[in-house]
Write a protein that binds this ligand. Structure first.
Ligand code: ZN
Length: 290
C-alpha cells in the first residue's frame, strides 16, 4: 500500500512541477481523492488532464482566439514557438499567450529573427519584409517575453522543440529519413514539434526499420505509443491546403492525441495585413492554406 501511495504522491508532484499548479487550486472536475486509511494523508490525483498544444501562431490573433474558444477548458497549454512573424497582431498574440494558465512556451525561428537574434538574410524577401515590420511593431514588453523563451523544454514524458530535437530552432521535420535520425536526439517517449505548419505524427516501432509517417485527417484521434514525434500543425498559417487553424489536444492519462481544425474569419486578418502593408503573397496564402 505504501508503494501505491508513494507512486501517487510522485505522480502528483510531477504534475504540479510540470504545470506549476498548486495543490489547492486543482480544477475540481479533474481530480479526485484517494485515501489509503485514516492515518495516512489524502492524495489528490488528476485524471484526464487536457493539455492544449499550439504552434506557429504567427501573429494571427483571430485564428488564436478561435482555437482557444474551440479547445474549451484545458489544464495547461504548450506553445511550440513562432508566436510572431507574417501576421498583423504580434503584440496582441504575445499578450494573450502569456496570460494562458500553466503555459510552457518555446522560442521559434521567427521569434528569434524578430528579436534580431538571427540574420534576416536567412529568410526569403517576403519573410524578411514581414520580420522587419514585426521588429518595428513589437513593444518592449513583448520583446522581453520573447527574449526569455527557451529553445528546448523537457517535462516528464515529453521533449518540446520548435523545429527538431537535433536543431531546436531551425530544422524542418518533413520526411521519415530526417525523423529517424532525430529520434536519437531526445530521450523521452514523445517529442512535440512545430515549424513545418503541417500536422503530422512520426512513430518509431522498431529502430532497425526507421520512422513511419501518419498525415492525419482533421479530428483524427490517436492513441500515443512510444516513441513518437508529433506536430499539431499551425494556428496562424496552415500549409496543408486546409486554411482552418490547426491545433491538438493531449489527454495525459489516456495518452490520447487529437488533431483539431477550426475555421476563423480569414478575411478580417487579411484586411489588417493589408492596412499594415504586409506582403500580398502572405495575405493570399491564408485563404488557400499553404
Ligand atoms: Zn512558423
Amino acid at each position: 500500500m505504501k508503494g501505491g501511495l508513494e507512486r501517487c504522491e510522485k505522480r502528483l508532484r510531477s504534475i504540479i512541477n510540470r504545470t506549476g499548479m498548486r495543490r489547492l487550486r486543482l480544477p475540481s472536475h479533474n481530480c479526485h481523492y484517494i485515501q489509503y486509511n485514516s492515518n495516512r494523508p489524502i492524495a489528490f490525483f488528476i485524471t484526464n488532464m487536457r493539455i492544449l498544444i499550439i504552434s506557429d501562431i504567427h501573429a494571427n490573433l483571430t485564428a488564436l482566439e478561435a482555437v482557444l474558444s474551440d479547445a474549451g477548458e484545458v489544464d495547461a497549454t504548450l506553445c511550440l514557438g513562432d508566436l510572431v512573424g507574417y501576421g498583423p497582431d504580434p503584440n496582441e498574440c504575445v499578450t494573450l499567450v502569456r496570460q494562458l494558465p500553466n503555459l510552457e512556451c518555446l522560442l521559434g525561428n521567427h521569434d528569434a529573427a524578430a528579436l534580431g537574434q538571427i540574420d534576416v538574410d536567412n529568410f526569403n524577401p517576403d519573410a524578411r519584409t514581414a520580420i522587419q515590420w514585426t521588429r518595428q511593431t513589437l513593444t518592449q514588453e513583448s520583446q522581453k517575453f520573447l527574449q526569455n523563451l527557451p529553445e528546448t523544454i523537457v517535462r516528464e514524458d515529453v521533449t518540446l522543440v520548435h523545429g527538431s530535437p537535433r536543431q531546436p530552432v531551425w530544422e524542418y521535420l518533413l520526411d521519415t529519413r530526417t525523423a529517424t535520425l532525430n529520434f536519437e536526439y531526445f530521450d523521452t517517449p514523445y517529442c512535440f514539434v512545430g515549424h513545418t505548419h503541417l500536422p503530422a505524427l512520426f512513430y518509431l516501432p522498431d529502430e532497425r526499420v526507421g520512422a513511419h509517417l501518419i498525415i492525419p485527417e482533421p479530428s483524427m484521434q490517436l492513441s500515443m505509443a512510444p516513441r513518437a514525434i508529433l506536430n499539431p500543425g499551425s494556428v496562424g498559417q496552415p500549409r496543408d491546403r486546409n486554411p482552418m487553424a490547426s491545433y491538438a489536444i493531449y489527454t495525459v492519462e489516456q495518452n490520447l492525441w487529437e488533431f483539431q481544425r477550426v475555421s476563423y474569419d480569414i478575411a478580417a486578418v487579411q484586411a489588417r495585413m493589408q492596412i499594415a502593408g504586409l506582403p500580398s503573397r502572405h495575405i493570399q496564402r491564408l485563404s488557400a492554406g499553404w
